[in-house]
Design a protein around this ligand. Structure first.
Ligand code: SIN
Length: 481
């Protein structure tokens, strides 16, 4: 008798691993481009996990902050699912070995970040939460007997029988190709930062899973909403930039222009802690006027202990952040849009599920609240894994066969061109004219490779949304009020 077909999960970040672990004892085949924590944006996350755990806090207050940040474009029922299950998610991570930072008296330490009305963020290893959470998840997945992991494979096709997704096509590192059959296919491939000239994501977060789902005809949602982090380290010529966490501004760091004056005074009542999109636009503008710097000297001697990841990245580039300002620039950070899914991760294609940043269930609205992304991966990943657990293997499917492949990839020069185009037209500051011009410019690239086709779709959606909302800011239609 042949082995039962597994649940195929594509992507080895926090959402994919959480889903894989929660599906036990159902067999899971986890496919990833890179091994361990490499290649996953989750491992680079410096913010923490937001959860209303403190007795004075409530999931309702967390939900309110999530919707304010999201421009009330969020789906309130999905937001409730996120915030009500946040405490459980943190508890589960502790159970698998994540040691969250604690106060000297042993209580969990809660920090405050932009957009939260109180301190409710837990961190692990200071600014290394993503890395610590990924270490624990990868170790748990390696120890789990129901999970088979295959790395170094690119999933570039979907197999359908009678309109039902029932497998994937992979290209191996040696160039060989094969089709794999699964009882369900879950895309957990992360975001699209790699399509922009500057990103806080790894280059592999390039929208490959989203492009594949779109090629197969899956419905998408909110593709125009891309969040830019205001402070990535400005390193000319580099694509994937080290993040300089927002928590530094919470600890007193200030943004300065070329003349040494504050960039944020007078721009917003919260100055350096204004909402992320407002700070990103100001830093973007300052970049055109000569540059922007983050002066973090106030953090002082505690810098290496409190922010070890940022400290190391600065020192690696010859900057001592205790005494020297850090050059910063906005970078594509998070995609609020993605494959349209319901609360249980069902896409519009039977048999195809999506979870984490590649999916859009409406939780983030038009702008994600700080420290809600790792949380989303754990909450909705576990929910999806539990849902798929009892799904029976229907056996080798019959019916009309269809294989959908992504277009080939653009070459390196075309990709560089596209990334610059996306940064200019779909960046923190947009306008109808630049979007229209970029859309035209993109036509040839859309014919040549899947990245061009995906960019064309995103540009089209941004052009169609004529009013500014959340992270989608149009200078030709600024927000009212
Ligand atoms: C940061 O640490 O500044 C980023 C946190 C997040 O994206 O939620």
């Amino acid at each position: 008798m042949s082995a039962p077909a597994p649940i195929i999960i594509v992507g080895g970040g926090i959402a994919g691993l959480s889903a894989a672990l929660a599906a036990a004892p159902a067999p899971v085949l986890l496919l990833a481009r890179a091994s361990g924590t490499r290649g996953a944006a989750s491992a680079l996350a410096q913010g923490g996990i937001a959860a209303a755990i403190d007795p004075g806090d409530s999931p309702q207050a967390h939900a309110r902050d999530t919707c304010v940040a999201g421009g009330f474009h969020n789906d309130p029922a999905i937001v409730d699912l996120l915030t009500i299950n946040a405490g459980d998610a943190v508890g589960w991570l502790q159970d698998i070995g994540v040691a969250f930072d604690r106060e000297p008296d042993g209580r969990l330490q809660f920090c405050r970040e932009g957009g939260h009305d109180r301190a409710r963020i837990v961190h692990a290893g200071g600014d290394a939460t993503g890395a610590k959470v990924m270490e624990a998840l990868v170790a748990a997945a390696r120890a789990a007997t129901h999970i088979e992991r295959r790395v170094g494979v690119d999933v570039d096709g979907l197999v359908l029988r009678d309109g039902q997704v029932c497998g994937v096509c992979v290209t191996r590192a040696d160039g060989g190709r094969e089709a794999l059959h699964g009882r369900a296919v879950v895309l957990a491939t992360g975001g699209i930062g790699g399509l922009f000239a500057q990103t806080s994501n790894p280059a592999d977060a390039d929208g490959n899973g989203l492009a594949l789902a779109l090629a197969a005809g899956a419905a998408a949602r909110d593709l125009e909403f891309v969040q830019f982090h205001p402070t990535a380290m400005a390193l000319p010529g580099l694509h994937s930039l080290p993040l300089v966490t927002e928590a530094l501004r919470g600890a007193g760091a200030r943004l300065l222009g070329t003349d040494g004056a504050s960039l944020m005074d007078g721009v917003h009542p919260l100055a350096d802690l204004a909402p992320r999109d407002i700070v990103a636009r100001r830093v973007w503008q300052a970049g055109r006027d000569g540059g922007a710097w983050l002066d973090a000297h106030k953090v002082g001697a505690a810098f290496p202990q409190r922010f070890p990841t940022v400290f190391q990245a600065c020192m690696d580039h010859g900057i001592d952040p205790r005494v020297q300002p850090i050059p910063v620039t906005p970078a594509a950070h998070f995609h609020m849009g993605g494959i349209s899914v319901d609360a249980d991760g069902h896409s519009s294609l039977p048999g195809l599920f999506a979870v984490g940043e590649v999916a859009c269930n409406g939780v983030h609205g038009a702008n994600r609240l700080a420290s809600n992304s790792l949380l989303e991966g754990v909450v909705f990943g576990r929910r999806l894994g539990a849902l798929l657990r009892p799904l029976a293997d229907g056996g080798q499917p019959r019916g009309s066969f269809r294989m959908v492949r992504r277009k080939p990839s653009l070459d390196a020069a075309q990709l560089d061109y596209l990334r610059a185009l996306m940064m200019q037209a779909m960046g923190p500051l947009r306008s109808g004219a630049t979007l229209q011009a970029a859309l035209q410019d993109c036509t040839e690239l859309a014919g040549s490779g899947w990245q061009g086709e995906l960019a064309q779709r995103m540009l089209g959606e941004a052009l169609r949304r004529t009013a500014s909302l959340g992270a989608h800011y149009r200078s030709d239609a600024p927000p009212v009020g």
